[in-house]
Each structure stands twice: as structure tokens, then as C-alpha cells.
Design a protein around this ligand. Structure first.
Ligand SMILES: Nc1ncnc2c1ncn2[C@@H]1O[C@H](COP(=O)(O)OP(=O)(O)O)[C@@H](O)[C@H]1O
Ligand SMILES: Cc1cn([C@H]2C[C@H](O)[C@@H](COP(=O)(O)OP(=O)(O)O)O2)c(=O)[nH]c1=O
Length: 802
């Protein structure tokens, strides 16, 4: 192994043009894939050995090499020395940030104090001294080791891992002029370059990109480095510096020399000053330019930056080109608004900028440096807002969204209503390093030249961002919105705004329109699918009603052909873009053009209240109006279960109260799937008695109401319950009373009480004491509205499911 002693003293000068041709370097047989840890170590040894060779050949009196001979042999066997001159490489012309507000200088040039940072990937000049450092490096070296990694594009393509530089003697001092063969080690790390360059760097040389995974090597080097630095002269320090970086990071030497060449002369002249016990690393202009410390070095390699997440929404009909432009616009806007750097160590955000790296856990002893993360964060507290529609054609807007996925740069969500909506606030946004993008477009303008936003524009944009910052609608606001829409309809959003949200400056009429659309969607999906602030089901029902009603009105306004007397949409008419049948745990959806579903109408009441009479009349009415309708009744006495029930009711058999209750329930369950099928097929079902009878009658016998309801849970919930309200006494006056088991006034009274308990908003109470015609008329109106609503997409839900 090469010890630090072998490279203790060294001083050198390089000519500006001493470069190996890239082609020559690439011909080296030593490939990156073949590099193992041992190889890397060998490479270090190699460099040291080469340096030793050089020094030996020059006979420099400054050298005092303690390198054992055996290392020479090893190096020479594996990497035979060639004698090929190094030439400056040419810079590729590609600059991904040309024309944008982003600096072409990458973070690869960041060096702060003694912390050397190499970065690849996302780069931006805003607030980053590093770029400046990379471009304006001043070797204000107080102590010795200087590391600079300005990254010229293409430098990463160092196919050869070993190259040899012929360095002529230039100037006074200990010259490398006689050191003919500088055997340089470099590692091909092309995949780690992403083109963030400082264009002013025009000279190329082999370089290697240190990996965090190379810490072991670096530590060895660092420790040797410091040891050497503490004992030797200025000349020694430079020799140390040179070999240190030649061994592991030849590009750093080259960059540094490049700079000197530009700023001083064609000579690569290094000057350093030795400080006992410490070395300075300075690559930055400004206050920190001459940072001197005796701390350990930490070398961090920033492979990429994470940028805040952006959301964009774009119509399916937009072109891919439009999408790309929109994304470009989003990125440019975000970056041009300024941002800062966020740091995460092992997944934990480091907020305190005053902590030392060591306190933060960033030290050369830390074996978890791989878990460092740098991110770009919005510099302002307010979340970023972007309108990606330069044409101003705003047809639809989105609410701002956030996600918890840090790794995704752009993400699309097909359904805005499914976004979490309730938990967002500015602080959270900043903390999570998210950018909030309010994308508003359905039409995209054609490609436009890059726009440089003025301060005023940016200010306006930020104001808009603040205005658009998501503020979830409260239940009160939703109620006000529903009420206004019920009254004014779904086409008069300015009126809705003025009537119900006059004082709410942050709610534009477009916001109201969007919220309404979200509410309609939410009302149609199952509760499990709903996200964000919960909206009471009652309000959602009203949303659906109003939506159905105003949709129908709108259709009539358009003078569309009315299918039948009831003006229901014809089967072939794609008015319904999507009708869904909502179940408790699943949503059945039928696409445009599917049959409108039928309504489930239940008629309840005491015995002899007139249910059978009215059900028959209603069926005739609906059928004569063009609605497929069937009349069902429970108990269905035709099934085997129904026959057992019938026998029980007519006192021909005796059954336990719970048993007969469950038989009634089973009688309904055996018809459930057929019921669903009929409804989905568009048939309206009028059902004479249903689960409410089952619970009311069994409860009247003394069974617990919840126990009685339990077996009914999961049956289809009626769209409407018509309760024919009559007193038991009056019902008893009607003919035929007294033939069956429950036809007793006292018992019917109890049943009546439990019916009261079961009532909910879906019930319509009809005075059954009125004449048959009056009752019939009232029922018709209620049922008509309900049948329309179901035809327009009202969801089908489950009974007694929360
Ligand atoms: N509104 C009404 N006014 C007077 N009699 C009625 C009325 N509705 C029904 N009836 C009569 O009451 C009796 C019971 O009616 P029905 O429809 O069989 O009741 P249910 O099915 O509720 O037991 C029938 O003789 C019917 O003609
Ligand atoms: C549907 C159902 C009805 N019943 C009772 C109510 C009735 O008294 C009886 C059968 O009702 P039904 O044949 O409809 O009689 P009516 O026409 O007089 O209303 O069964 C239950 O006890 N549980 C049930 O689940």
C-alpha cells in the first residue's frame, strides 16, 4: 500500500495544454465495471507510484518518498505506462438550461469550507453560491488542500481508467517538466453526469467522480492528508494536494489549474501556505472564501436534487407536445420564482442552518451519508402557483393538491375529487418541500418563446397563488352553495356567487362551479372512496337532486326531443355521461348510453291502509307513462319461504318470533339480486311492504329494533318510501280486517309507533284517510320526481348502512 509518507512533498506547475486526448483515454482497457474496492485502492497506489516515478526521474530535491518498492511492481504490471500526450477536450455544445433562468453551472462546483460537494442533476443558480464558486474560484489557500470540481460537460466520459499525462516543465520551482509520465487514474462515471456545466471551463482532462461509496478511500486520503499537512512545508502541502487529488480526483486538480491558467498565466502555478495542524479549503468567493478549519473533511456527492412536486391536469384530448410545454412552463415558473435548498439526513429534515455538519450527523465517520437528500424548495412561504395556460383560455380549474410521494416529480391524477383536500396548509407545504401548482387549462396555446417574467408579473402570480391557496369548503359553505344552486340552477355561477358568496373574496364563481362538480362526483361515489372533508349525506342527496333536476331543465331548454310524457331521456340519448349505482362497498357504473335505472318505490302502512289499492294504481300510471314498472309485494308468498310465512300469518303454523322475523327477511333476500337486476335494467319496482314492515311488526312483538334491523342491512335501499298514514281504528273499519294474525287494533297501534321510529328523509307521508283519488294523485307526483332522478343517475344505495 502507498502510505502518505511517499507523497509528502511535492510542488508542481502544469502547462495549460497538457491534456490527454479523450480517444486515447477511452482506449484504456481498464473498465469501470471491473473496478472493485481493491481496484480503487490499486488505483490510488498507482497514482502515488506514478508520482513517485516522476519525482524519481526529476530528481527533485523536494521529494522524500518512502514508498515501498513493491507497489511499483504492482502498478507497472497492471497499468503499463504509455506515453500519450493529453490534449484539451472540446466542450459539447448542449446546454439543457440555455435560455432558461437556470444557471448552467451545476452544483457540482459546490465546495464550502472543507466540505466538498459534488452534485449532479438538477441545478439552479438562485441563491446558490456554489455556482459562483465553480466559476470564480480563487485559490485563496491558507493551508493547502483545495478541491474544486467544476464539471464540464462530457468530462464524465472517461473511458480509460488509467491515463498518463506528459507534463512539460513550465517555470521555476519544482517542475513537472521532467516528470514525463504522470499516470493518472480516473473512473468512468458517465452515468453520473447530467450535463450541468460551467461553460467557461474549456479544458478537459480525465477526472473521476467521487462516490459517497468511496468514503473509505477518502477517509484514508484525508487522514494522510492532514497528517502530512501538519508537519511539512508549503511545498509539501502542494505536493500532498497534487497527489491526493491525482490519486482519487484528478479532475479537481485539473479544474483548479484551469482556473489558475485563466486568471494568472498559462502556467499552472499553485501557491499555498502551510498552516500547522490545519489546511484550508477555499473555493468560494465572499466571506467564506478563506475558510480555515482543523475539522475533518466530509465529502458529499449530490447526485440529484428533488424538486417540489407539481400537479398538472390536462385534457385527454391535448397533445403530447402541449403536455410537454405545460410541464416546461411549470418547471420554469417554479424555478424563476426562486427557491432554497432543503437538506434531509436519513429522512429527517434539517432546518437549523446554524448546526455544524457534525452535529447534524454529516461527518466522515458517519456511515450513512448515502441517506443525504437535497431538495429545491419554494423560497417563499406561500406555495407556488402556476397557471400553465399562457393563452388565458381557462375553462376548468383545479384545486391545489399535495401528495406524500416525494420521489415523483410530476404526477397526474385522473380524478380530482379523489385528492385529499382537507389537510393542506402553507406550513405543511413548505415542510414537505412541495410546490403547489394550480394548473388551469383545457386548451393549450401553441408553443411560445420563453417568457421572462417581470417582477410585476411574478408579484401578480404570487398574489394569485395566495388567493388560490386551497381553502377547503366548510359544511356551511357547501350548504350555502347547494341552496343557491337549488334555487338558481347550475348555469348561473355568477349569480350563485353574488347571492351566497358575495363577501367571500377568495371564492370566485369558478371556484363555486368547480366545487359543485366535485360535490356531484362525491355524491355519486361510495363513502369509502370519498376523501377530504366529509360532507353530510343529506347535503350530497340534495346535490344529486339539484343536479338531476337542473340537468333535466337544461335538457328541456335545449329543446331536446322528449322521450315520453315524462320527459325522461331516451335510451339512445347519451345525456348521461355516467350513471352509477352506488352500493355500500362498491359502485356499479354504467357508461354513457346505458339504460336509466328504475326507481325502487316502497309503500308502507298499517294493514288496510290502502297499500295494495294504491300500488296497483301507481303501476298503471307509470306504465301508461312509458316507464317499465313491476309491482312486487312482501311477503312473496309464492316462494317456499313465502309459503311458510303465509302459513304462519294465517295461523296454520306456529313459529318463534325471531324465526318468523328471519323468514320475512329471508323472503326479501331471496329476491334481492333479481331486484337489483330489474332496477339496473331500467324497471321501476313498486314494492308493497318491505323491511320497514318486518322491523315494525317484529319490534311491536317485543324484539329489539336493532336486532330486527340487522338482517335487513345490505338489502337495496328504497329510493322513496311512501307511508300511507292512517290510524289503526280507521283502518280497522275497512273491509276484511281480522282474518290474519296481526290484524288487531292494539297490535297495529304498536306497529304504528315503530313505524314512526323508522322514518327518515326518504319517507313521504301520505294521508291515507283521504280519498283514493287524492291519495293516488299525491303518490303520482312524488313517484314521478323520483323516477326522473333515478333515470338521471341517482345512485342506488344499501339499506341501513352507515
Ligand atoms: N283511500 C281509501 N279510502 C277508502 N277505502 C280505501 C282507500 N284505500 C283503500 N281502501 C279500501 O280499503 C281496503 C283495504 O285496502 P288495501 O289496499 O287492501 O289495503 P292494504 O293493502 O294496505 O291492506 C280495500 O277494501 C280498499 O278498497
Ligand atoms: C313484509 C312483512 C309483513 N309482515 C306482516 C304484515 C302483515 O300483517 C302481514 C302480511 O301482510 P300483507 O299480506 O301485506 O297484509 P295486508 O295486505 O293486510 O297489509 O305480515 C311482517 O310481520 N313482517 C314482514 O316483514
Amino acid at each position: 500500500m502507498v502510505s502518505h509518507k511517499c507523497v509528502e512533498e511535492f510542488s508542481l506547475q502544469f502547462p495549460a495544454n497538457a491534456r490527454a486526448p479523450r480517444s486515447a483515454r477511452k482506449k484504456r482497457s481498464f473498465k469501470k465495471e471491473e473496478i472493485t474496492e481493491n481496484d480503487k485502492t490499486c488505483a490510488i497506489d498507482l497514482l502515488a507510484t506514478v508520482a513517485e516515478n516522476l519525482l524519481s526521474e526529476t530528481g527533485s530535491s523536494h521529494m522524500s518518498i518512502d514508498k515501498p518498492v513493491e507497489d511499483h511492481c504492482l502498478v507497472k504490471e497492471e497499468f503499463p505506462v504509455e506515453d500519450k500526450p493529453l490534449k484539451p477536450a472540446t466542450l459539447p455544445e448542449f446546454n439543457p438550461y440555455q435560455g432558461s433562468s437556470m444557471s448552467p453551472c451545476g452544483f457540482s462546483s459546490v465546495i464550502s469550507g472543507k466540505v466538498e460537494i459534488e452534485a449532479e442533476g438538477f441545478s439552479h443558480s438562485g441563491g446558490i453560491d456554489s455556482c459562483q464558486a465553480g466559476q470564480d474560484l480563487k485559490p485563496s489557500v491558507d493551508g493547502g488542500a483545495v478541491v474544486l470540481d467544476a464539471r464540464p460537460n462530457g468530462v464524465g466520459s472517461l473511458g480509460g481508467s488509467s491515463s498518463r499525462t506528459k507534463v512539460p516543465s513550465m517555470g521555476a520551482g519544482v517542475s513537472l517538466g521532467a516528470l514525463d509520465d504522470v499516470h493518472m487514474f480516473s473512473r468512468d462515471d458517465d452515468e453520473n453526469f447530467s450535463g450541468y456545466i460551467c461553460p467557461r471551463v474549456t479544458k478537459k482532462s480525465p477526472r473521476s467522480v467521487p462516490r459517497v461509496g468511496d468514503r473509505r478511500i477518502r477517509k484514508i486520503l484525508a487522514s494522510r492528508h492532514w497528517k502530512g499537512g501538519s508537519r511539512h512545508s508549503e511545498a509539501k502541502s502542494w505536493r500532498n494536494y497534487y497527489l491526493h487529488h491525482q490519486r482519487s480526483y484528478p479532475i479537481k486538480k485539473r479544474k483548479y489549474f484551469d482556473h489558475i491558467s485563466d486568471s494568472v498565466s498559462d502556467d499552472y502555478r499553485l501557491r499555498s501556505k502551510m498552516q500547522r495542524g490545519s489546511r484550508a479549503v477555499s473555493t468560494m468567493k465572499g466571506p467564506g472564501a478563506s475558510f480555515v478549519s482543523s475539522d475533518s473533511h466530509v465529502r458529499l456527492r449530490i447526485k440529484s436534487f428533488r424538486v417540489p412536486e407539481l400537479f398538472v391536469e390536462i385534457p385527454e384530448t391535448a397533445t403530447v407536445g402541449s403536455l410537454k410545454r405545460m410541464v416546461m412552463e411549470a418547471v420554469s415558473t417554479l424555478l424563476s420564482d426562486g427557491h432554497r435548498i432543503g437538506l434531509m439526513v436519513q429522512g429527517k429534515k434539517v432546518r437549523d442552518d446554524n448546526k455544524t455538519l457534525h452535529q447534524t450527523g454529516i461527518s466522515q465517520d458517519n456511515t450513512h451519508l448515502d441517506s443525504l437528500d437535497f431538495s429545491l424548495e419554494p423560497s417563499s412561504e406561500a406555495p407556488h402557483l402556476l397557471s400553465s395556460n399562457p393563452s388565458g383560455h381557462v375553462c376548468e380549474e383545479l384545486s391545489m393538491c399535495r401528495t406524500s410521494d416525494m420521489d415523483t416529480l410530476f404526477k397526474t391524477e385522473p380524478d380530482l375529487a379523489l385528492f385529499p383536500s382537507g389537510s393542506f396548509d402553507k406550513e405543511t407545504a413548505a415542510d414537505d418541500s412541495k410546490a403547489l401548482v394550480h394548473a388551469a387549462l383545457t386548451e393549450l396555446s401553441p408553443p411560445q418563446p420563453p417568457r421572462h417574467k417581470s417582477n410585476k408579473q411574478q408579484q401578480q402570480q404570487q398574489q394569485t397563488a395566495q388567493r388560490r391557496m386551497r381553502r377547503p369548503f366548510s359544511v356551511t359553505e357547501v350548504e350555502a352553495l347547494v341552496q343557491a344552486v337549488e334555487k338558481l340552477g347550475t348555469g348561473r355561477w355568477r349569480d350563485v356567487k353574488h347571492s351566497a358568496f358575495e363577501d367571500a373574496d377568495h371564492r370566485t364563481y369558478v371556484d363555486l362551479k368547480d366545487k359543485w362538480k366535485t360535490l356531484v362526483h362525491t355524491a355519486k361515489i361510495s363513502p369509502q372512496q370519498r376523501r377530504g372533508e366529509p360532507v353530510p349525506q343529506e347535503l350530497l342527496n340534495r346535490v344529486l337532486n339539484a343536479h338531476g333536476y337542473w340537468s333535466q331543465q337544461h335538457m328541456e331548454t335545449l329543446a331536446l326531443p322528449k322521450p315520453e310524457a315524462l320527459a325522461l331521456p331516451p335510451r339512445s340519448f347519451n345525456y348521461l355521461s355516467r350513471s352509477s349505482v352506488r352500493m355500500e362497498n362498491l359502485t356499479f357504473s354504467s357508461e354513457a348510453g346505458a339504460k336509466p335505472r328504475g326507481a325502487l318505490i316502497v309503500v308502507e302502512g298499517l294493514d288496510r291502509s290502502g297499500k295494495s289499492t294504491q300500488c296497483a294504481k301507481l303501476r298503471s300510471f307509470l306504465e301508461s307513462s312509458g316507464h317499465p314498472t313491476e309491482l312486487w309485494r312482501f311477503p312473496d308468498r309464492e316462494t317456499s319461504v313465502g309459503q311458510m310465512i303465509s302459513a304462519y300469518l294465517s295461523n296454520k303454523s306456529q313459529l318463534d318470533d325471531r324465526t318468523i322475523h328471519l323468514l320475512f327477511s329471508a323472503n326479501r333476500w331471496e329476491k334481492r339480486s333479481l331486484m337489483e337486476e330489474k332496477l339496473k335494467g331500467g324497471t321501476t319496482l313498486i314494492v308493497d311492504r318491505y323491511s320497514y314492515s318486518g322491523v315494525a311488526f317484529s319490534s311491536a312483538k317485543g324484539l329489539g329494533i336493532e336486532w330486527c334491523k340487522a338482517p335487513e342491512v345490505g338489502l337495496l335501499a328504497p329510493d322513496s318510501v311512501l307511508y300511507l298514514d292512517i290510524s289503526p281504528e280507521r283502518a280497522a273499519e275497512r273491509g276484511g280486517y281480522g282474518d290474519e294474525r296481526y290484524e288487531r287494533v292494539d297490535f297495529q297501534k304498536k306497529v304504528s309507533e315503530f313505524y314512526q321510529t323508522l322514518r327518515d328523509s326518504s319517507w313521504k307521508i301520505i294521508d291515507a284517510g283521504d280519498s283514493m283519488e287524492e291519495v293516488e294523485k299525491k303518490i303520482q307526483q312524488v313517484v314521478l320526481d323520483k323516477v326522473k332522478e333515478c333515470a338521471l343517475g341517482k345512485s342506488l344505495s344499501l339499506l341501513w348502512s352507515s
